[in-house]
Design a protein. Structure first.
Length: 158
């Protein structure tokens, strides 16, 4: 199957396809780096398991860019892996923080996990919508924890 057979009017030229796929790979690489920072941010076992899920999910996101839709089942597998692993990370990290001083961030993480979970469940029927819901939840989650980690780093420098 070629991209011409996929009904996506905004992804029709080779340049657009390359930029989109490269963006996914870059996002995955940045997510891997971020996840390593997340892993050292907290020593709680549940938090660290969530960070490992985030790392594997980010690697799967890079795989989504490397194995494009025309490759069929490989693309589907890495897409599902991304969704499942990132959603698991949200719940695991969030659950580990609910009983801590970062309770609000833990609750926020779990709340973001709910639409991500709904997005995963809709992958086969409404893929475009499901992917947007999942990507939005994941982006907000990474941003919230990125801000937290940045604030901590700035406080340590003082």
């Amino acid at each position: 199957m070629s991209y011409a057979q996929i009904s996506r009017p905004s992804v029709t030229s080779p340049t657009t396809i390359m930029l989109f796929q490269s963006g996914l790979v870059l996002a995955g690489i940045l997510g891997i780096i971020f996840s390593l920072g997340l892993f050292v941010d907290n020593r709680a076992p549940l938090f660290r398991l969530g960070a490992v899920c985030a790392l594997l999910g980010a690697a799967a996101l890079a795989g989504v860019g490397l194995f494009s839709e025309p490759l069929g089942i490989i693309h589907t597998v890495v897409s599902f892996a991304f969704g499942i692993l990132i959603t698991a990370a949200m719940f695991l990290v969030g659950g580990s923080l609910v009983g801590s001083s970062s309770k609000r961030l833990g609750v926020f993480s779990i709340i973001l996990g709910v639409p991500a979970l709904v997005g995963i469940s809709q992958f086969s029927s409404a893929r475009g919508v499901a992917e947007v819901v999942l990507a939005t939840a994941a982006g907000l989650w990474f941003a919230a924890f990125g801000i937290r980690m940045l604030k901590r780093a700035l406080l340590l420098k003082r």
